[in-house]
Design a protein around this ligand. Sequence first.
Ligand code: HSE
Length: 428
Amino acid sequence: MTQPLRLGIAGLGTVGIGVVKIVKKHAALLEARSGRPVTISAVSARTKNKNRDIDISGFAWEADPVALATREDVDVFVELMGGHDGPAKASVEAAIAAGKHVVTANKALLAHHGQELAAAAEAKGVILRFEAAVAGGIPVIKALTEGLAGNEIDRVMGVMNGTCNYILTRMYDADLPYDVVFEEANQLGYLEADPNLDVGGIDAGHKLALLASIAFGTQVNFDAMELEGIQRIQIADIEHAADMGYRIKLLGVAQMTGRGLEQRMSPCLVPASSPLGQLEGGTNMVVIEGDSIGQVVLRGPGAGEGPTASAVMGDVMDLARGFAVSTFGQPADTLRPVRGVKATKSAPYYLRMTLLDKPGAMAKVASVLGDAGVSIDRMRQYGHEDKTAPVLIVTHKTTRDSLDVALTGLEETGVVEGHPVAIRIEEV
Ligand code: HSE
């Protein structure tokens, strides 16, 4: 009989259990498709005796994931614990050193240590894959490394944190403030153990850094990313943006410029009628633009048991079939170190400020913008409350530097209360 591909699974949370279920439920299908059985030899998790949705008594138990990673009867170490250091890193390193292939869903680990782990895997002649780390069930790593391998990639964009997209769309649909919807998301179990990973844009930033590496042949450089979360977005911004035909999304954009790699993960306005604008709830979307393909839009579930386990199994099946591809789509030693640069391309911006009801206040605003070289496209002033009025401005395309000069100037006019809000409008 053909030798089975034997898995060792570390981490029996939502995703780990999902993988066990697929291996059990689809044993015949997996064997028919790969030509060999896919089996589980051993598992590891924080707690052994826990009420799980599935029987794991048929698998050997290892309390220590490093011991699991180096077992004789494990061909592929499946790391589903999470965390960018600690047991996840130690066990992945141990697996590679022991000559095991590795499949992981750990975006943080790869965003921080991807280059060294990919190099270690190649030196040892093993494969390290991470489809489930980016955009849950969407096979975007395969799309970039395989299907689009003949393209020079111009730009990668994505809404890749379902929790943030849930919060932003729920605020709009139910007319609820951020704090209330954040608590709802918490009750629903949508938030990571450290919620700042979600709402601070870090989780989505990790994912974008991994896509940028494959797209542009560069070493992962998460530290150089411009990162801003959704915590400052108010219901007023969402409603005003909608009034002007936009939606607010936590959008990642990566593109190569003459000066270096631009990577931004920040709230942006996108046209309400665009595919990104229409993306609802926890769904993810990745948009890839290449010289031959034009634009590809991939949409699907960004988290959850079935979708994430599906992505893990995509990588496992490649290994079962004997298909080998470098972690970031090309040998690790050919990935270029790259400098991160701030957004240099001009874009229109949405500005919201609270204006004091004084003669000449609006004229001062217009003059500060004009002096900074920022031209107004559209402007709205809403009714006064307590001698102030919200004012919205959509600018023509301008650079971030000019905008920053204007924002400082606005705060110094004496007619703008507090800090003006500025959100980039992305052409998608
Ligand atoms: N917390 C992520 C999300 C899923 O909300 O999309 C795991 O990356």
